[in-house]
Design a binder for this molecule. Structure first.
Ligand SMILES: *Cc1c(COP(=O)(O)O)cnc(C)c1O
Length: 234
């Protein structure tokens, strides 16, 4: 695994996707998904200039983040339980994956206690998969004003994890759906939502063509996750 090479290649692919979509390259931010990778790997990534990272477990983030001092910024991309919200508010600059009023209320409360306003993304279950977290679109639209009224959070946009597909094109309708849902949300709120977090290693180019502003890339940058390698070896 050569992080510098991978990063360079991903940046080129992001730039090319932006050209295809007639978008400014700067309108897409690369979030390096560092979950399961050790602090030394993250520090090496930081030396290559990658400073935005995503983690999906509070415990893991809590032990790793202090070991990666410097200019790194961290976003939470997992499913948050209410007893972990206090830590999440301290550790992360943004919480992606908020999918209920209850968890949003807890984040708001804890953020206010910490004298902060927490940027969040609302997670949508775009394919209606029973096994996945995320708002059903209708429920999100119904709760949006209540979410927006919470004083300690600031809604920055939407995020989704579409069904796994070996062919990236298959994810396109779900990315499109999330983009359209963001427009509906903006109409309800009467304000723009800057972020559309969608696209991972296998499909980030299609996501960019459909309007992604934040792509969450793990494997294509860092190689296979340790836990996966171990599972395969078993
Ligand atoms: C693990 C993870 C990713 C990264 O997936 P890759 O396929 O390794 O790029 C992106 N988003 C979320 C929410 C994840 O949990």
């Amino acid at each position: 695994m050569n992080f510098a090479e991978n990063l360079n290649l991903i940046q080129q692919r992001i730039a090319a996707a932006c050209v295809r979509a007639g978008r400014d390259e700067k309108s897409v931010t690369l979030l390096a998904v560092s979950k399961t990778h050790p602090p030394e790997t993250i520090r090496a990534a930081m030396e290559c200039g990658q400073l935005l990272f995503g983690e999906n477990k509070i415990q893991e983030a809590k032990s790793k983040i202090p070991l990666c001092p410097g200019k790194a910024r961290w976003q939470f991309i997992g499913h948050l339980q209410s007893n972990k919200v206090r830590d999440a508010v301290q550790l992360f600059e943004m919480i992606q994956g908020v999918d209920s009023l209850a968890i949003a209320q807890e984040i708001s409360k804890r953020a206010e206690q910490a004298a902060k306003t927490m940027p969040i993304l609302l997670e949508v279950n775009v394919a209606g998969e029973g096994s996945k977290f995320g708002y059903a679109p209708e429920k999100l639209l119904a709760e949006l004003n209540a979410l927006n009224a919470l004083p300690g959070i600031e809604i920055h946009g939407l995020m989704a994890i579409p069904p796994f597909a070996t062919v990236p094109e298959k994810a396109r309708p779900y990315f499109k759906k999330l983009r359209e849902l963001k427009l509906q949300c903006e109409q309800i709120l009467g304000a723009p939502l800057p972020q559309l977090s969608m696209g991972m290693s296998g499909d980030f180019e299609v996501a960019i063509e459909e309007g992604a502003t934040l792509v969450r890339v793990g494997t294509a940058l860092f190689g296979e996750r340790v836990s996966n390698v171990r599972k395969e070896a078993e």
